[in-house]
Design a protein around this ligand. Structure first.
Ligand code: ZN
Length: 121
């Protein structure tokens, strides 16, 4: 009986299979994320969002909730609804561009304390 050549062996084969499965999972997750991002971008063009956004800016006195700046205001989602357009104004807060940038790379712990201290909602 001729000797078979097994370049990878069982362990190597399992490792390759695991790598292939991992790649598949990454691809599926990425495509789902980008679908959600597309949905979000479309939502930002709706009247529902524009009305909610205006209401949040008015509620917050047309100022950044963190630094009190009045220019270049943006409205931040504190949390995202499962279905865009079903969130209430409580999910939103008004921020200036600089604070929004900081919050986007946010430290949830710090924001939690700012909320407790009434500096952020
Ligand atoms: Zn600010």
């Amino acid at each position: 009986m001729p000797e078979t050549i097994e370049p990878y062996g069982l362990l190597g084969g399992l490792l390759l299979l695991a790598l292939a499965l991992r790649t598949l999972v990454v691809l599926v997750v990425r495509s789902r994320l980008s679908a959600r991002q597309k949905e979000y971008r479309a939502y930002l063009r709706t009247e529902t969002w524009k009305r909610l956004r205006r209401a949040a800016v008015e509620r917050d006195g047309r100022r950044c909730r963190l630094c009190n700046a009045s220019g270049a205001l943006q409205v931040h989602h504190r949390y995202y609804p499962e279905v865009f357009g079903t969130e209430t104004i409580d999910a939103l807060t008004t921020l200036c561009g600089a604070c929004h940038e900081a919050v986007a790379h946010r430290d949830r712990h710090l924001l939690g304390w700012l909320t407790v201290l009434g500096r952020f909602r």
